[in-house]
Design a protein around this ligand. Structure first.
Ligand code: MCA
Ligand code: AMP
Length: 507
């Protein structure tokens, strides 16, 4: 099989040790050789903390080069890397720690007092800060470098990424070394990624997009990452002068278009702009091409499957389409009711099979079985069709999901949090168009009889319970929810009724 990601990293460090791996404005660069040394010491620290092959290492830390190196160190020990969104508040973290039962939890230094008391014989708690500080870095500094990685095969698990679900309970998608490595090789080939590339990395590193697409592509080729802690339009435009690739969510591109500095000169050195995680609006696609001469390359992926399809590097990058299946990936469109394969042109469920498709949900065999067909195809929950030239188009979603600025929000989870608040009888959460985030979360809340509720107070009560990006941008109050004859809440009707909530005219 293809080498694993840690093996690819070792090979690059042998061949291109002097090459810069991380470049950061105003800070010294980190070479592949220096990064390799730290990975080996971090790996020793993990082993000393009790991490053995198959153990989970849960990590909620700010974006930093050291956090990426911790990921590589974890894979090297045979541990399962479990990154957590920095926006998750305590109650969400409690769930993940309880469900995944990690051997080690690494948190930010500021959060250590909050979590240190959790340490036990089975759970170690350490910290890692954005300034390369924290207790884990102290341990690594004192550690003897671990020379060889634990041998792992394609079927061995490498990571768990939690994704919320339609039931409201987050599921851990278990990704293997084979999933990560095969997808990285396919993407490097598809997008002609090489060691000469200089990637502007402005995405978070706790999701597939920022970690398993962006970082893995750089790590496996020896490319340089211009590593930015967050997305900032002016900084991105400054960095473009000396970069070749940008990977982002559609909000990156709609925000870039708002800058008068975005012109052909600003992008003269750039080779390709990639968009994914949410639908790229057609007007953004067109305007970006008109302003810069670059046609954004849109691709399609999912936590459970890594990347599935991509528009071609050479050839037409079609507006409103996500292109063709990546090498070795099979895509079919099926009838939502019968599961029968549909001919090109017809819209149905998108199903995927290939070395990119995950092993299953952590400790949820029934849920896993329910989402796979007998012949190994995974049912994505997205609806699509192949157009007249075989490009895959995503038409909609079968799952009740809102994608806000590239982050997935499952309404059920927000409804559960709202329904638990005093005075709330029931609620319905849905997505509405938003000029910046593509979609925004909205909620319609029905108070209990005789209770008067205040939208702002409800929002305040949610903060601290669920991450900020999941909290509704608007809470509306009503006497009842629109339901069909079967009693099911009509989300489509709500999306229609409140479609203009964030339109400029609505203020
Ligand atoms: C920030 N806020 C948001 C979001 N981001 N609210 C809803 N949706 C969001 N995505 C909140 C902030 O807390 C703040 O609230 C207010 O909105 C304005 O924040 P702002 O400073 O404008 O936000 P930002 O820090 O500039 O972030 C916007 C962003 C970011 C750059 C678009 O959300 C982002 O990096 N998104 C990328 C997510 C991603 O990597 N997705 C990939 C996962 P307040 O002011 O009240 O505090 S999907 C994936 O991996 C699959 C496999 C795939 O296909 O790629
Ligand atoms: P996640 O589970 O967070 O990995 O999000 C995956 C979901 O994001 C997919 O199932 C799609 O609904 C959506 N998605 C990703 N890329 C695209 C894209 N290019 N166009 C439309 N939807 C996308």
């Amino acid at each position: 099989m293809t080498c694993t990601i840690p093996e690819m990293f070792d090979a690059i460090c042998r061949e291109e040790g002097a090459k810069v791996m991380f470049e950061r404005p105003g800070q010294p660069p980190i070479t592949y050789a220096a990064a390799h040394g730290l990975v080996l010491r971090l790996a020793t620290a993990l082993v000393e903390l009790g991490v053995r092959p198959g153990d989970r290492v849960a990590v909620q830390v700010e974006k930093s080069p050291e956090a990426v190196l911790l990921y590589l160190a974890c894979l090297r020990t045979g541990g399962l890397f479990l990154p957590l969104n920095t926006a998750y508040p305590g109650p969400e973290i409690d769930y993940f720690l309880g469900d995944a039962e990690p051997r080690l939890f690494v948190c930010a230094p500021e959060a250590l007092p909050q979590y240190a008391g959790r340490a036990s014989e089975t759970l170690a708690v350490e910290s890692l800060g954005a300034a390369a500080d924290g207790t884990l870095m102290q341990r690594a500094a004192e550690a003897v470098p671990q020379p060889a990685p634990v041998t792992r095969g394609a079927a061995d698990p490498a990571a768990i990424l939690y994704t919320s679900g339609t039931t409201g309970r987050s599921k851990g998608a278990v990704l293997t070394h084979g999933n990560l490595a095969s997808n990285t090789v396919a993407l490097n080939q598809a997008w002609r990624f090489t060691s000469a590339d200089r990637l502007i990395h402005a995405l978070p590193i706790f999701h597939t997009h920022g970690l398993f697409v962006a970082c893995n592509m750089a790590i496996s080729t020896g490319a340089t990452m211009i590593f930015l802690t967050r997305f900032d339009v002016d900084q991105i435009i400054d960095e473009m002068a000396d970069a070749t690739v940008l990977m982002g969510v559609p909000t990156f591109y709609s925000r870039l278009l708002e800058s008068p500095r975005l012109d052909p000169l600003a992008v003269a050195e750039m080779r390709v702009f990639v968009s994914g995680s949410a639908p790229l609006p057609e007007d953004v696609h067109r305007q970006f091409a008109a302003r810069t001469g670059h046609v954004i390359l849109e691709r399609y992926g999912m936590t459970e499957t890594c990347m599935i399809a991509s528009n071609p590097y050479d050839g037409e990058r079609r507006t409103g389409a996500v292109g063709f299946a990546l090498p070795e990936v099979d895509i079919r469109i099926t009838d939502r009711e019968t599961g029968a394969a549909l001919p090109p042109g017809e819209t149905g469920a998108i199903e995927v099979r290939g070395p990119n498709v995950f092993q299953g949900y952590w400790r949820m065999p029934e849920k896993t079985a329910a989402e796979f067909r007998d012949d190994g195809y995974f049912v994505t929950g997205d609806l699509g069709r192949f157009d007249d030239e075989g490009y895959l188009q995503i038409i909609g979603r079968d799952k009740d999901l809102v994608i806000s600025g590239g982050y997935n929000v499952y309404p059920k989870e927000v409804e559960t949090a709202l329904d638990a608040l005093p005075g709330v009888a029931e609620s319905a959460v849905f997505g509405v168009p938003h000029p910046d985030f593509g979609e925004a979360v909205a909620a319609l809340v029905v108070p209990e009889a005789g209770v008067s509720l205040d939208s702002d107070a409800l929002l305040k009560a949610l903060s601290g319970e669920i991450a900020r990006y999941k909290q509704p941008k608007s809470v509306l109050l009503a006497d009842e929810l629109p339901r069909n004859v079967m009693g099911k809440v009509q989300k489509a009707e709500l999306r229609r009724r409140f479609a203009n909530l964030h339109s400029p005219a609505a203020g």
